[in-house]
Design a protein around this ligand. Structure first.
Ligand SMILES: Cc1ncc(COP(=O)(O)O)c(C=O)c1O
Length: 445
């Protein structure tokens, strides 16, 4: 047994870290202690350029005093208030501001907002709304969900059931009856593409296969990430999302877009709904909703779904669902301040202005050792590496550690590097990301 690791004034073993190889980490910890703008500071006082907006969430950059001040004011005015059969003004105000920028604009009608505490909770909420909706319209046999291979929808039992990542599912039971579309990743036909790949719209027809297998009358909803992030940046082929929408319509199946990472400007439009011009029935969000400053999620529900449930006696609770922290005042304050920053600094569309530079810079890594694919969209990039024989994931992990030592935070999943910097990034910082990555890729060759 190793001696317990002591770090300055605290030990490391009490904290059971999420999605972390705890023993490996604690033997050689990487600690962040401050953050401002595009940079973290590590505990050994190094500046670390944030290539991942934290975890796809700090879209407006770190240390925004407007958010801190708004949260502080709210906490000293009213720290907490219940949201069950009670209300507080700031939750209504935040919902209204969100409705004004709701995915797809006014014609999409996705402007009924349910607050949660995280992306995982948003996903569970949307899944439950879908079932409740189907039942409300007399389609109570529709209880099945269709997700997609390589999808990530958080870690609730609903989310892992519709998710398509083996390790997140392997040892856990799942919702009965879920099934999965094939994923859209096709490097043989679509390698080194900037923006949407040409090939693969027909993969949406997989939904017809599942309808033929299970019967449309058993399927409540399909959930997909418009751009899959956590499984390594899988960008929808041209026409794919449109086709999925059409098949859902044909069979009375609700379409849920999980926009936990694509929401709030990541693609260069406020939401992926706006970017792709495809309108689902429910949209899940979190992360950029509060710039990551306070945990919060939100589900944008269409009026179709919402209004179908606003039936029956008015004294009756329409949806038996909610969280202690739904509409938390401090989170709403953070969210309102975040939306103001997004608006004043044009951040919900800034990625579209800088995207060409981003595409070209990241694609310049083509030709470096082991780089088998590069894909970019908005301010996202996926760089896929050839795996080492018998040690999948080790090359990208080593690149991650090497980058951190060189002063850059990247994210890796398997042997794919995912980049998603804050939307305030400048071109010189894009250059720095690419230069550091090039050095790291040569190092782990
Ligand atoms: C698409 C998607 N959905 C859901 C989640 C889960 O969000 P959270 O970790 O806030 O529960 C994530 C997190 O990365 C995500 O990327």
């Amino acid at each position: 047994m190793n001696a317990p690791q002591r770090h300055n004034s605290f030990r490391l073993e009490s904290y059971w870290m999420p999605f972390t190889a705890n023993r490996q980490f604690k033997a050689s910890p990487r600690l962040l202690t401050r953050a401002e703008g595009m940079y973290y500071t590590s505990d050994d006082n190094r500046q670390i350029l944030d290539g991942t907006a934290g975890l796809w969430c700090v879209n407006a950059g770190h240390g925004r005093s407007e958010i801190a001040d708004a949260v502080g004011r709210q906490l000293s005015t009213m720290d907490y208030a219940p949201s069950f059969q009670m209300g507080h003004p700031i939750a209504f105000e935040f919902a209204e501001r969100l409705a004004e920028i709701a995915p797809g604009g006014p014609s999409a009608g996705l402007d009924r907002v349910f607050f949660t505490g995280s992306g995982s909770e948003s996903v569970d909420t949307a899944l439950k709304m879908a079932i409740a909706y189907q039942r409300a319209i007399g389609q109570g046999t529709r209880t099945r969900f269709i997700g997609r291979e390589r999808g990530y929808h958080g870690v609730g039992f609903g989310g892992i059931s519709v998710g398509g990542i083996l390790n997140n599912r392997r040892v856990f039971p799942q919702l009965p009856g879920t099934d999965h579309l094939r994923h859209t990743h096709d490097p043989a036909r679509n390698a080194f593409v900037k923006g949407q790949p040409e090939h693969g719209a027909e993969l949406a027809d997989d939904l017809e296969r599942l309808v033929a297998l299970h019967g449309a009358e058993t399927i409540a909803a399909v959930i997909v990430e418009p751009v899959a992030g956590s499984t390594g940046v899988l960008i929808p082929p041209k026409g794919y999302l449109e086709r999925l929408r059409a098949i859902c319509d044909r069979h009375g199946i609700l379409l849920i877009f999980d926009e936990v990472i694509t929401g709030f400007g990541r693609l260069g439009a406020p939401f992926a709904v706006d970017f792709f011009g495809v309108v689902p029935d429910l949209v899940t969000t979190a992360k950029g909703l509060t710039n990551g400053a306070i945990p919060m999620g939100a589900v944008f529900a269409s009026r179709k779904v919402h209004d179908a449930l606003m039936q029956g006696p008015e004294s009756q609770i329409e949806l038996f669902h909610g969280y202690t922290y739904s509409g938390h005042p401090a989170a709403c304050a953070a969210g309102l301040a975040t939306l103001s920053i997004y608006r004043e600094e044009g951040l919900l569309t800034r990625a579209s202005e800088i995207e060409t530079y981003w595409h070209n810079a990241v694609h310049s890594l083509k030709g470096l050792p082991n780089v088998t694919d590069i894909r970019t969209i908005g301010l996202i990039a996926g760089i896929e590496l050839d795996s080492r024989a018998g040690a999948p994931g080790s090359r990208a992990y080593d690149a991650f550690v090497d980058c951190f030592e060189r002063g850059l935070l990247i994210r890796v999943t398997g042997d794919i590097i995912a980049l998603s910097p804050p939307l305030i990034i400048e071109t010189s910082q894009i250059d720095a990301i690419v230069e550091t990555l090039a050095d790291a890729l040569n190092q782990v060759a």
